[in-house]
Design a protein around this ligand. Structure first.
Ligand code: F6P
Length: 366
């Protein structure tokens, strides 16, 4: 049966390129005679039957705009809903029936779910309940194994690299240690690539547990060579050799169950104490998620959006679009969320960083 009416939603943390996907989906679906409903704030729009009709005018001029015109949420989980007034953090409710009703009532034949690991895992559960869904992979962390790139990553990387460049000049002038904290919960792609691209000196990532003494030694070695400043790029999810992360707090019901942050402050305090040198920290946080998508992300998002509609036209539900080499392919969502894509500590990228003298704050590699 040809889909006549489709829904689209953006869920989880936002990132540059979401609007470009919504535009790609809408324009291609309209060209093929379908109606498009944009559900608001991720799965919350399906729980609350909250949507807007998307026509050509709604998506005109949004390719350059960051964020998402549909809104998003990483707290609205219909399987364990904690948001008042429908749910409560103490008593999460199962509101899957609301979602199924919304789909039925509005005669939505298929859904395009745009999101990361958490969103796509939720989508998979709805697929198992009989909902026709295609997925589009989003996350600045670039940690989905089924695709070479998620959109949003390139924009975040460019923001992080710009920060490393800017910090360089001030660090050099003041002979300081500057620590730049990037996002990256379980994968260190943003930290690693911005450190390589910005010529950072020490890179701390979740895949290579760091050791305090090894970080201090890397700084002392630089000073012995006359280099009076050092730049450390640390992923928020970096772990020490005891496996400890910088966790701010846990969040009930979220697709991201812990809020990370503070690795830079922790390492700065340790270095000031060990070396007696002045350290400053810069937490990039959501600066990496906001703003205009890069050309690469707009290009990728548009291709992902139009291909998601192609999958609907071919009745290939349960799949996610992905980039492999230069091609857009599709993979089962189930397979796509099974494994995170992490930096390989013995891979070429890490070896290349080591080859230009970057330290990973560890005695166990290189
Ligand atoms: O998953 C993407 C991400 O950017 C992570 O790197 C980060 O930990 C998380 O989102 C933060 O999300 P928020 O602050 O929106 O809860």
């Amino acid at each position: 049966m040809k889909a006549k009416r489709i829904g689209v939603l953006t869920a989880g943390g936002d990132c540059p390129g979401l609007n470009a996907v919504v535009r790609g989906v809408t324009k291609h679906a309209l060209q093929n005679g379908m109606e498009v409903l944009g559900f608001k704030n991720g799965f919350d729009g399906l729980v609350k039957n909250d949507f807007m009709f998307l026509d050509d005018r709604c998506v005109s001029g949004i390719i350059t705009r960051g964020g998402t015109i549909l809104g998003t949420s990483n707290l609205a989980n219909p399987f364990a809903y904690t948001l008042p007034p429908l749910g409560s953090p103490k008593e999460p409710k199962d509101l899957t029936a609301n979602v199924l009703n919304t789909i039925k009532e509005n005669k939505v034949d298929a859904l395009v779910a745009i999101g990361g690991d958490g969103t796509l895992s939720m989508a998979q559960k709805f697929i198992e309940l009989g909902v026709k869904i295609v997925g589009v992979p989003k996350t600045i962390d670039n940690d989905l194994s089924a695709t070479d790139f998620t959109f949003g990553f390139d924009s975040a990387l460019s923001a992080a690299t710009d920060a490393v460049d800017r910090i360089h000049t001030t660090a050099e002038s003041h002979h300081r240690i500057m620590i730049i904290e990037t996002m990256g919960r379980y994968a260190g792609w943003i930290a690693l690539r911005s450190c390589i691209a910005g010529g950072g000196d020490i890179c701390l990532i979740p895949e290579i547990p760091y050791n305090d003494d090894a970080i201090a030694k890397a700084i002392e070695d630089r000073r012995a060579k006359g280099k009076t400043f050092s730049i450390i790029v640390a992923a928020e999810g970096a772990v020490n050799e005891k496996g400890e992360m910088a966790v701010q707090r846990t969040i009930e019901g979220s697709t991201d169950p812990v809020r990370l942050g503070g690795i830079s402050g922790k390492v700065a305090a340790m270095l000031e104490q060990k070396l007696g040198l002045e350290c400053r920290v810069v937490v990039l946080g959501h600066l990496q998620r906001g703003g205009t998508p890069t050309a690469f992300d707009r290009w990728l998002s548009t291709r992902f959006g139009t291909e998601a509609v192609e999958l609907i036209l071919k009745n290939q539900y349960g799949n996610m679009v992905a980039l492999r080499g230069g091609d857009i392919i599709s993979v089962p969502i189930k397979q796509a969320v099974a494994k995170l894509k992490k930096v390989d500590p013995s891979g070429e990228e890490v070896r290349s960083a080591l080859a230009v003298g970057t330290s990973f704050g560890s005695n166990k590699i290189g």
